[in-house]
Design a protein around this ligand. Structure first.
Ligand SMILES: [Cu+2]
Length: 443
């Protein structure tokens, strides 16, 4: 989702062999840094005084407008770069781009234009000026990096794996329950920097390094035994809705460096929330401490594919502190998400074949917003929610939504009779527009 643009020196384009390994990348980064330092030493002008001369180059970037977003939506350039954008409208409605006090003309669907965005000297943000499009996420971020830092950033994936530059798509495919009736788990709670929305990285608090936390699956009567280590910097805990236990000991908050064992027997089927139960819970959930436990109903029929979608809200905050506690308490969130990242299944749709019956398990972890789960172009043949089938094997009726309040979950089943691109949304429309929206392509 980020398009880094390095300086057009031989050193920057040299490392093309995939077998070079991280050590070679670091060497290349050092060589690039040395070349930049040498260049600055020999140069006659200080880059901070004349940014145009320092960066100097003209860069042309291809940007596609589709699905109410710019692709890529983050561009990195050295300070002083003269930025030219080849703007392609691959959407079915008109869009434009305003950035750097300049505005491109409206582009018709299928058309392109060349837009001179001027010289970029500081981080800046562009957007589509058509009514409502910026609010729906049509934002293009230009990040200024200096050539030296940028050379090092190229090696970030290997040099600093705990801080990825961009979010990876969370695999929504749900595998069957593992064999056995006792599930032994060992998780660490960590606090890590992740991309939580396009162009925005901040610290998140994670179960087992995952956002959402691991999806557990079993059968009625299975035992789950979790050893939880707190490797974070503050107190954390866990509360599994799937079990019935006296909360006092297993749900207690443990301090950094401490561990606890939480054991429960899953006597009841459904999709159940788990979350950190340390106060303020809204903040611990907002920062990523949530997940799902799926206990199969005994009569669950086989289907062609199963997906799990955990719906949550995202509050942006400072990189090192994460979601802002006061803003979480106030309520209004910046984004919503299925499986932790806004709109990720628009960019990387789920897949199915014509004739497939697909089951979507959906859990709303809130912390506050309800979910009205809907699939555009389809009607649900089966709806299971909170312990009972609302509908099953429907032929002359059906359901249009699976309604969920925070901490409720269920599943729906649908059979795709025609090929196409089907969009699933939270039909609380503004929450769909904030990120609870994805696609399944039926081919
Ligand atoms: Cu916590």
């Amino acid at each position: 989702m980020t398009l880094p643009l390095g300086p057009s020196t031989p050193a920057a384009s040299a490392p093309s062999q995939p077998s070079a390994g991280w050590a070679s990348w670091i060497l290349v980064g050092l060589a690039l840094a040395a070349a930049v330092v040498l260049g600055l030493t020999l140069g006659t002008t200080a880059p901070e005084e004349t940014p145009v001369a320092a960066g100097g180059d003209t860069r042309t970037v291809e940007v596609s407008m589709r699905d109410m977003a710019y692709h890529p939506d983050v561009i990195e350039v050295p300070a002083g770069t003269h930025l030219i954008i080849e703007l392609h409208n691959d959407d079915d409605m008109r869009h434009d781009l305003q950035i750097n006090d300049r505005r491109a003309a409206l582009v018709d669907p299928g058309d392109s234009l060349t837009f001179d965005a001027g010289v970029v000297s500081t981080d800046t943000e562009g957007w589509c000026t058509v009514a409502g499009h910026k609010a729906m996420g049509m934002i293009l971020t230009v990040v200024v990096v200096d050539a030296h830092q940028h050379g090092a950033a190229d090696t970030a994936d290997t040099a600093a794996p705990a801080t990825p530059a961009t979010a990876e798509v969370h695999d929504a495919a749900l595998p069957p329950a593992p064999e056995g009736t006792v599930h032994e788990l060992e998780w660490s709670v960590t606090e890590e920097i992740r991309e939580v929305a396009p162009g925005h990285e901040q610290v998140v608090w994670l179960f087992d390094g995952q956002l959402p936390g691991p999806t557990l699956r079993g059968k009625v009567g299975d035992t789950f035994r979790l050893t939880l280590h707190n490797d974070g910097t503050m107190g954390h805990s866990v509360d599994f809705h799937a079990g019935e236990v006296s909360p006092d000991a297993p749900m207690r908050t443990i301090n950094p460096g401490e561990s606890l064992v939480y054991e429960f027997v899953a006597r009841r089927s459904g999709i159940w929330m788990y979350h950190c139960a340390t106060a303020p819970m809204s903040l611990h959930i907002a920062n990523g401490m949530f997940g799902a436990v799926i206990i199969d109903p005994p009569d669950l029929p086989p289907v062609d594919a199963e997906y799990s979608l955990v719906a949550s809200a995202v509050w942006l905050g400072e990189r090192d502190t994460g979601a802002d506690a006061a803003r979480v308490s106030d309520g209004p969130y910046d984004h919503t998400a299925f499986n932790g990242y806004p709109h990720q299944y628009v960019d990387a749709p789920l897949r199915a074949a014509v004739g497939d019956t697909v089951r979507f398990w959906v859990l709303d972890v809130g912390p506050d917003n309800p979910v009205s789960f809907h699939l555009v172009g389809e009607i649900f043949d089966a709806v299971f929610s909170e312990g009972r089938h609302l509908i099953r094997d429907a032929t002359d009726t059906g359901a249009q939504v699976l309604p969920l309040l925070p901490a409720q979950g269920g599943f729906v089943e649908v059979t795709f009779d025609e090929p196409g691109t089907y969009t699933f949304v939270n039909h609380v429309m503004t929450d769909a527009e904030k990120g609870q929206r994805g696609q399944i392509v039926v081919g």
